[in-house]
Design a protein around this ligand. Structure first.
Ligand SMILES: Cc1cc2nc3c(=O)[nH]c(=O)nc-3n(C[C@H](O)[C@H](O)[C@H](O)COP(=O)(O)OP(=O)(O)OC[C@H]3O[C@@H](n4cnc5c(N)ncnc54)[C@H](O)[C@@H]3O)c2cc1C
Length: 319
């Protein structure tokens, strides 16, 4: 069995099991997120031994050249010595300058935009909390017109990162931000299509970035935003979105809630039912589906059943 050396200790790891799983099973605290090769939260650096080609998929060249790899995809073929990423290789430092509750369970963080940091609204970054080597992905709600990075963070009971943000982060706290990743964003290929944006909870973060980017880019086709919550208390940014809808003839905002009375200018019902109704109004929608993975999958199935091409569906799934 290959020996993996991490933080000075040696672990015998099965060559059929990803290094991440082997280390976690032995009680080692390795940051991780999606565990499917997407979020890059589990990235490690090999200081000896060679990471597999598969485990370097999607990693930018400058990091590949330094032997970074995704531990969730790497089944060791020989002995390796690995370490946590050097923050200066992988992260930009940013300072929190506004923290505000958007409702009882969603916090908005606005942080300084690191010099040279580029992104498309709707992409996601990894935020790192250095003391506990904790890494989680969050989507960007800001656009390039904003001189800050904006995140909407849902507080999860017992959630390590979201509770750190709720309890400890304050104006002036330093956080580390990775480069932006993901392909769920508005680009010139979307210009000719009507856009249907749908998401629940903090799925609104990427949608808010995508919406404002589309409108700022002069999108002329219809744009329809469906935002779902369990109840009206789970919604946020209603005033901002209603204001945009008043300013722009081609934009419709519809909140919907599963329980309780319908919100102002919204409806009561499940988001997938509402999605079906909006899809029925025309055939040529391009979709952006964001938020909780189960909901994104359910909405994606509704779209596929409706005959939307897979290539016209963009997703940011929080799995
Ligand atoms: C690409 C991507 C983008 C994301 N963007 C956002 C975003 O913009 N806003 C946002 O709020 N979150 C987003 N997430 C989710 C985020 O990365 C964290 O998973 C989430 O904040 C929980 O982290 P935590 O450390 O607080 O909880 P953890 O300590 O990881 O989990 C604590 C407990 O809560 C459960 N849990 C974890 N996440 C959820 C969840 N979403 N719903 C219900 N139970 C959960 C876990 O199974 C565990 O039992 C995104 C995830 C991905 C992969």
């Amino acid at each position: 069995m290959p020996i993996i050396t991490f933080q000075g200790k040696q672990y015998e790891c099965d060559s059929d099991t990803p290094i991440l799983d082997s280390l976690l099973a032995r009680g080692v605290n390795v940051p991780c997120g999606c565990r499917g090769g997407i979020c890059q939260a589990c990235m490690l650096k090999a200081t000896s031994g060679k990471p597999t080609e598969l485990s370097q998929t999607g990693i930018e060249k400058k990091l590949k050249d330094k032997n970074y790899f995704l531990s969730c995809l790497c089944k060791a073929e020989s002995d390796m010595e690995v370490q946590l990423p050097d923050p200066s290789d992988k992260y930009h430092s940013s300072i929190v300058y506004e923290k505000e509750y958007l409702n009882a369970s969603v916090v908005r963080l606005r942080c300084s935009r690191p010099e040279g940091f580029t992104y498309q609204p709707g992409q996601f970054v990894n935020l790192m909390q250095p003391e506990q080597a904790l890494v989680r992905s969050y989507s960007l709600a800001s656009t390039s017109d904003d001189n800050f990075l904006e995140f909407h963070i849902r507080l999860i009971h017992d959630g390590r990162m979201s509770n750190w943000i709720a309890d400890t982060v304050e104006n002036g706290t330093f956080i580390f931000v990775s480069d932006a990743m993901g392909s769920c964003y508005y680009n010139s290929a979307c210009e000719a299509s009507p856009l249907l944006l749908a998401g629940t909870g903090t799925g609104l973060a990427p949608l808010y970035g995508i919406l404002r980017n589309a409108l700022a880019s002069g999108h002329q086709q219809e744009v329809y935003l469906l935002h779902g919550g369990l109840s009206s208390e789970g919604l946020y940014y209603q005033e901002q979105l209603q204001f945009i809808a008043q300013q722009r003839d081609n934009f419709t905002y519809q909140p919907c809630v599963l329980h309780g009375p319908a919100p102002e200018s919204g409806v009561q019902g499940s988001i997938d039912e509402q999605l079906r109704l909006v899809l029925n109004t025309r055939q040529d929608w391009r979709l952006f589906l964001c938020g909780d993975t189960e909901m994104v999958n359910a909405m994606r199935n509704v779209c596929l059943e409706h005959g939307i091409n897979e290539s016209d569906i963009h997703t940011d799934s929080f799995g």
